[in-house]
Design a protein around this ligand. Structure first.
Ligand SMILES: NC(=O)c1ccc[n+]([C@@H]2O[C@H](COP(=O)([O-])OP(=O)(O)OC[C@H]3O[C@@H](n4cnc5c(N)ncnc54)[C@H](O)[C@@H]3O)[C@@H](O)[C@H]2O)c1
Length: 269
């Protein structure tokens, strides 16, 4: 149990899957885990260009990296991701369920299609990928780390995000359910709840279906909001990646079923 600081955070010899690892928060996490020595499989719907770029950064760190192009809203693809990780690295020790979509809609106007695609990616894919990976970790008898990306919206709704908020509330409880059952196998399951983070997805959401005038108003609102936020800035993917490294490392050995809130103080406003 007596590890040096560098041993605590050393992921050499471990293999990880990061869903949605081509861009944004997932990319930040994939690179940080690789910096600690882990091999990383990126599972993403994004075209090869973004994923290739992330993979090149990872491979330059002298670890293995691979990519599988998948739409995780389709549950049958979950098994393909696990097969790819096993064929590329031989084992899985860390799973980061990060891929998620967030689209504004008034609760009174939400479509069944948006509800289904949000739930299928944000919650169902996470549940079934966790199931597959947990079974591998159990059969190999080496424990493991499952890290789910939830949101501050799992604790407090932003507004106009009902399907998203419901999915992220589900993530929070899914994390606790899995943690309760998997602890005896040495598998920890935790989630990270980010606040506002600068990512391509967040930029797209801000700019969706708005006029230049509305955009200017939103920018002014954001500036105002950032001034009122205790840490007075947006989060960066690296902020979330640092929490993910902690949860993937030996330093978090006695933590399971927990949420790490990484929000610059948003929830204490
Ligand atoms: N950015 C924020 O402010 C913020 C805040 C709270 C929580 N989060 C959560 O963090 C996670 C990542 O968000 P982000 O801001 O980096 O998003 P992003 O849109 O910038 O990146 C998401 C990644 O997921 C991939 N992806 C999307 N749909 C997919 C699908 N069907 N199958 C496989 N991959 C798919 C995308 O190609 C992309 O690489 C999400 O779960 C999101 O809910 C983000």
């Amino acid at each position: 149990m007596n590890h040096s600081i560098s041993q605590l955070f050393d992921l050499n010899g471990y293999s990880a899957i990061v869903t949605g690892g081509a861009m944004g928060i997932g990319k930040g996490i994939a690179i940080r885990l690789a910096e600690a020595g882990a091999n990383v499989l990126i599972a993403d719907i994004e075209d090869e260009t973004e994923a290739e770029e992330t993979m090149a950064t990872i491979k330059a760190l002298n670890v293995k990296s691979d990519y599988i192009k998948v739409d995780l809203r389709k549950i049958e693809n979950v098994k393909l991701v696990v097969e790819k990780a096993i064929s590329s690295f031989g084992d899985i020790h860390i799973l980061v369920n990060n891929a998620g979509i967030f689209k504004y809609t008034a609760a009174t106007e939400m479509s069944e299609e948006l509800w289904d695609s949000t739930m299928n990616l944000n919650l169902k894919a996470m549940a079934f990928l966790s199931k597959e990976v947990a079974n591998i970790m159990i059969s190999k008898n080496h424990g493991g780390k499952i890290i789910n990306i939830s949101s501050v919206d799992s604790l407090k709704p932003t507004g106009n995000l009902a399907p998203y908020d419901a999915s992220k509330g589900g993530v929070r409880m899914l994390t606790r359910s899995f943690a309760k059952e998997l602890g005896k196998y040495g598998i920890t399951v935790n989630d990270i709840a980010p606040g506002g983070v600068n990512t391509p997805g967040a930029a797209k959401m801000m700019g969706a279906n708005v006029s230049a005038e509305q955009m200017a108003a939103m920018k002014a609102q954001t500036e105002q909001f950032l001034k009122s936020l205790p840490l007075q800035r947006m989060g960066e993917p690296e902020d979330i990646a640092n929490a993910a490294l902690f949860l993937a490392s030996k330093a978090s050995a006695y933590i399971t079923g927990s949420t790490i809130i990484v929000d610059g103080g948003l929830l204490i406003l």
